[in-house]
Design a protein around this ligand. Structure first.
Ligand code: BEZ
Length: 211
């Protein structure tokens, strides 16, 4: 069955470029991004993995561990890492799971047979410290993902986990946020001392609380 938002992220133990990984042990109390790519030694995937490696400090800052995956074997991942370093100027600095038996791909429904019946699509799962799935995105093989967007979503998720707010369209760090409708005006006065602007009773805009 497909994994959906709010589900417990299926745990697994798998071989990776950084040794055997148990997902839950590896994530500990932090956040995780598990993402699949279709195939080693392919152009779009090479650029994606280089970009994720370059963004590692940004993921670290947010207490997020990143894990890549494809159904290619470990020796392929290790050989490809050289090409990533050479062409993208970035050493692979996070684990890449070698899911040759498709165990993890099947658990997370990363193979979409009507797109390709053997390769994983470009899936992204963001997993919270409670091991629940917080975000799922799926891209086709021909479109490289935007990992700045993944970071933006993590910022939103981490903010909304702490405060009773939601983030509006195109929100980014430092922008105003929305007070969720479940919070009454009376409670909002206590929670949001900077005040808010009510464009409608259900649309209350307040400065980002932790800024
Ligand atoms: C790529 O990464 O460029 C790619 C991988 C699989 C199919 C098509 C493109």
């Amino acid at each position: 069955m497909a994994v959906r938002l709010g589900d417990e992220a299926p745990n697994f133990t798998a071989e990776s470029t950084e040794g055997t990984i148990n997902l839950y042990d590896y994530l500990g109390d932090g956040w995780g991004v598990l993402f699949s790519h279709p195939k080693d030694f392919t152009p779009v995937c090479t650029t994606e993995l280089g970009r994720v490696a370059a963004l590692k400090p940004e993921f670290d800052k947010r207490n997020v561990k990143v894990i890549g995956l494809s159904v290619d074997p470990l020796d392929s991942h290790k050989n490809w890492a050289g090409d990533i370093a050479e062409t993208q100027g970035q050493e692979l600095n996070f684990p890449l799971i070698a899911d040759s038996d498709r165990k993890v791909a099947d658990l997370y429904d990363m193979i979409h047979p009507n797109a390709n019946d053997t390769l994983t699509v470009r899936s992204v799962f963001i997993i919270g410290p409670d091991k629940k799935v917080k975000l799922i995105i799926t891209y086709p093989a021909s479109t490289g993902r935007n990992f700045d967007e993944v970071l933006r979503v993590i910022d939103s998720l981490q903010l909304t986990a702490k405060h009773s707010v939601a983030t509006p369209v195109d929100w980014k760090q430092g922008d105003d946020v929305i007070i969720v409708p479940a919070v009454s005006d009376e409670d909002a006065k206590k929670k949001f001392p900077k005040g808010w602007k009510a464009l409608k009773p259900y649309l209350r805009i307040t400065p980002q609380p932790d800024k």
